[in-house]
Design a protein around this ligand. Structure first.
Ligand SMILES: [Zn+2]
Length: 278
């Protein structure tokens, strides 16, 4: 799934290409695509796209009076629509602009989780942004500490929970734990001040690295191509210490870590629940 760096760089690309252009029409191409009924999308017709912003893993197409909030989820993509065919492959929704260009939301696969919300007023007080934690690239150690203390549980899960900090996913959770030299299973409520400082530094560094990589591309990267020391590197040597990267496998994701760097050499096993239940 694209995470904060990929979504941020993509928002910047779309802003550069489409800001200042007026919306002519919005067309849902799949009945599941539009998640809201009010305000109607046509509230934005004739309005100029001010910018494409980002909040967490959401793209924000800001037309002033209303904002289209787009969540790509796993397989969604929002790209310039060169062909504008009547039934585009994997098509979910299309924004057609007054200059004749268009943006197309597609979603590969059968999950149909990507979606569009048309929102006016305070975006933070309504779906889908309601309840999101602060963006991960904005948290400082002072903001992070009370959130950690209030939410005892494993670090890897804390990082992926959008209510705690927004914008991180499976890749960055793995990379941040490794960079901070913390076990992915460390209890966040028990981290000491030095560990919280390392965690904060790691969040910033991993996001900055991802963003620098992503800004050098013309399209959103594939997960396997993104800079990573442990994610997608299970079985390979750790770039820091040379130990073999290990994993704990779940149905929907893999926790990848270096025993020497992160767990004092200990090999992790998930003893709390069956891996088939998570
Ligand atoms: Zn290592």
């Amino acid at each position: 799934m694209p995470e904060l760096p990929e979504i941020q760089a993509h928002a910047e690309r779309l802003s550069d290409a489409f800001a200042g252009t007026a919306l002519e029409r919005f067309t849902p191409l799949a009945f599941t695509a539009l998640k809201t009924a009010d305000p109607p999308p046509d509230a934005a017709y004739g309005r100029t796209l001010a910018r494409v912003g980002r909040r967490g893993k959401h793209l924000l197409l800001d037309f002033g009076v209303v904002t289209f909030v787009v969540h790509l989820m796993q397989g969604g993509r929002l790209k310039p629509d060169e062909k504008q065919s009547a039934k585009p492959r994997h098509g979910q929704a299309r924004w057609r602009f007054a200059d004749g260009r268009a943006l197309l939301l597609t979603e590969a696969g059968s999950e149909r989780k990507a979606g569009v919300w048309v929102v006016d007023g305070d975006l933070e007080q309504q779906a889908p942004l309601l309840g999101l934690g602060p963006d991960a690239d904005t948290v400082d150690a002072a903001l992070l500490q009370p959130r950690l203390t209030a939410n005892p549980g494993r670090l890897h899960g804390f990082l992926r929970d959008q209510h705690h900090v927004a914008g991180l996913g499976r890749l960055l959770a793995n990379e941040i734990c490794h960079r901070a030299k913390l076990s992915p299973f460390a209890n966040v409520a028990k981290l000491d001040a030095a560990e919280v400082a390392r965690l904060h530094e790691a969040i910033g560094a991993c996001i900055a690295e991802g963003l620098a990589f992503e800004r050098g591309l013309t399209e959103m990267s594939k997960s396997a191509d993104r800079p990573a020391s442990v994610h997608h590197r299970v079985g390979e040597p750790c770039p820091v210490c040379g130990d073999t990267i290990r994993s704990v496998e779940y149905v929907h994701y893999t926790v990848a870590y270096c025993p020497t760097c992160q767990t004092a050499g200990k090999v992790l096993a998930d003893n709390t629940t069956s891996k088939f239940l998570k």
